[in-house]
Ligand binder design. Structure first.
Ligand SMILES: CC(C)(COP(=O)(O)OP(=O)(O)OC[C@H]1O[C@@H](n2cnc3c(N)ncnc32)[C@H](O)[C@@H]1OP(=O)(O)O)[C@@H](O)C(=O)NCCC(=O)NCCS
Length: 150
C-alpha cells in the first residue's frame, strides 16, 4: 500500500482491531480517534500489504525494522473471518518472508499473544519458534516473541 491508500489501511486496520482485539497490543477505541495525518504516517512507517480474493480485501500484514540490527519485524497480521482457512494467512506470511529476504534482512521477529494459538500455529508452520522472550500485552496477559532466520 502507498500513503494514498491510507483510507483502505484505516478500514482494514480498524476492522482487525474490532474483530480480533485479543490478537493485538493496540485497541479499536484508541486507533479510531486517529486523524488523517496519523494514518498517512502509519501507512508510510512500515511496508503494508493487503491480500485480495476476487478483488475483495481479505487480509493484511505489515513489515518493518526489527528491534535487533539486521532483523525485520512482522506485525498487524489479520485475515477477515470470511476468508480464513483458505490459505490467505499463509500467502501473507510468505509474502512478508519474501519481502524481508529481498530487503536483505537475515532474521524476522514477531509477537503473538498467549491466547492466540491459531496464529502461533501458522507461524510455527513457517519456521518460527519462540525465542523465550515474553512481555505483558495487557495486565495479566502475556505475548510471546517468535523468530526465524531468513
Ligand atoms: C491467524 C490467522 C491470520 C490465520 O489466517 P488464515 O487465513 O486462516 O490462515 P491459513 O488459511 O493460511 O491457515 C490456517 C489453517 O487453514 C488451513 N487451510 C489452508 N487452506 C485451506 C483450504 N483450502 N481448506 C481448508 N483448510 C485450509 C491451513 O492448513 C491451516 O490449518 P491448520 O491450522 O489446521 O494447520 C487468522 O486466523 C486471523 O486473522 N486471526 C485473527 C487475527 C490474528 O490472530 N492475527 C495474528 C496476530 S499475531
Amino acid at each position: 500500500m502507498t500513503v494514498e491508500d491510507w483510507q483502505l489501511y484505516r478500514r482494514v486496520r480498524l476492522a482487525a482491531l474490532q474483530e480480533a482485539p485479543y490478537a493485538f497490543g493496540s485497541n479499536y477505541e484508541h486507533e479510531a480517534t486517529f486523524e488523517e495525518a496519523t494514518w498517512r504516517r502509519r501507512v508510510a512507517d512500515r511496508t503494508r500489504f493487503v491480500a485480495e480474493v476476487d478483488g475483495v480485501v481479505a487480509g493484511t500484514v505489515s513489515g518493518g525494522e526489527g528491534e535487533v540490527n539486521g532483523a525485520a519485524a512482522m506485525t498487524a497480521m489479520w485475515v477477515d473471518p470470511r476468508y480464513r482457512r483458505q490459505g490467505v494467512g499463509e500467502v501473507l506470511v510468505k509474502t512478508l518472508l519474501e519481502w524481508a529476504k529481498a530487503k536483505g534482512y537475515g532474521q524476522m521477529f514477531l509477537w503473538v499473544t498467549a491466547v492466540n494459538p491459531r496464529a502461533e500455529h501458522l507461524y510455527a508452520q513457517h519456521g518460527f519458534t519462540r525465542t523465550g522472550a515474553s512481555q505483558e500485552v495487557r495486565p495479566g496477559e502475556l505475548e510471546y516473541e517468535m523468530s526465524r532466520h531468513l
